[in-house]
Design a protein around this ligand. Structure first.
Ligand SMILES: Nc1ncnc2c1ncn2[C@@H]1O[C@H](COP(=O)(O)OP(=O)(O)OP(=O)(O)O)[C@@H](O)[C@H]1O
Length: 264
């Protein structure tokens, strides 16, 4: 379970550029729950993921993961429990290393550095097996550098990497936004499979209203650093993309020119 209580994040406090990115956000997410997070630019979505990942330390409030208070823990301390996949396929993996080497590093996330070999024969076989499950033929390219893969292939490998260290929290920051529609759908199907098989507690930020309603169990909308919508169950099932777009319009007090993007 994740619990976020009355989180405030202020950037540049006391300067002319002071910005309240989160302004009292409280959220309890059950174990295995998959929450989609929407909101206009600057709403605070990435900051919320940052607070959960540990790269943003909250100005006020409390964050617990399971029974552990992680409010003051940095990214390295949480790395074994929290995995993250970014929008840019180049961000979460190392292009100069092979698929296999990237997997070996991911599997040791959160561990202290030691002398044990990261790539023994049994690990190699396990990695190959996991990559073969993607059905992309990448199991025959385990020695290829990551930067030779397409964006979609790289996001698929990143999702496998996210599950290797036994994390129980998965943070997805617009992880399909840079992909073509076919690959985005493939990566979303894979995401759903991994999340349900491994019972990962998941937050997925997306600008696609369609994705926000089609995937996961619950949808949260942020605006101005606050939660303005939190729907689950039957009330979510009856919600339409058009309803969300109307809420966006109301919130922003202006007409959206990019409805097509939001629907996609
Ligand atoms: N490191 C930082 N320093 C100063 N201001 C920041 C920093 N990070 C974010 N902000 C500001 O905090 C606000 C929330 O940003 P955040 O990135 O969380 O929004 P978002 O909802 O993810 O937006 P987008 O959809 O554009 O990615 C924005 O006004 C942003 O400019």
């Amino acid at each position: 379970m994740i619990s976020v209580s009355d989180i405030k994040v202020v950037f540049g406090r006391g300067t002319p550029l002071e910005k309240k990115a989160l302004n009292g956000v409280s959220l309890t997410i059950a174990e295995g729950e998959f929450v989609t997070v929407i909101g206009s630019n600057g709403a605070g979505k990435s900051t919320l993921l940052g607070v959960l990942a540990g790269d943003v330390i909250a100005t006020e409030g409390r964050v617990t993961i399971g029974t552990v208070d992680v409010t003051r823990q940095g990214t390295a301390q949480r790395a074994g429990r929290v995995a993250r996949v970014f929008q840019d396929p180049l961000t979460g993996s190392c292009g100069a290393l092979s698929i296999e080497e990237n997997l070996a590093l991911a599997a040791r996330r959160g561990e202290r550095r030691g002398l044990a070999p990261a790539l023994g024969p049994s690990r190699r076989a396990r990695f190959r097996e996991r990559i073969a499950e993607l059905n992309l033929g990448l199991e025959n390219r385990m020695g290829d550098r990551m930067d030779l893969l397409s964006g979609g292939q790289r996001q698929a490998v990143s999702l496998v990497m996210a599950t290797l260290a036994g994390s129980d929290v998965l943070l997805l920051d617009e992880h399909t936004a840079a992909l073509d529609p076919g690959m985005a759908e493939f990566v979303m199907t894979l995401t759903e499979k991994i999340v349900s098989e491994r019972k990962l507690t998941t937050l997925m930020v997306t600008h696609s209203m369609r994705q926000a309603l089609d995937y996961g169990h619950r949808t949260v909308m942020l605006h101005g650093g606050e939660i303005v919508l939190d729907v689950t169950g039957d009330s979510r099932k009856t919600l339409q993309v058009e309803d969300l777009i109307a809420m966006f319009r109301k919130m922003r007090g202006q007409t959206l020119d990019d409805d097509a993007l939001l629907i996609g």
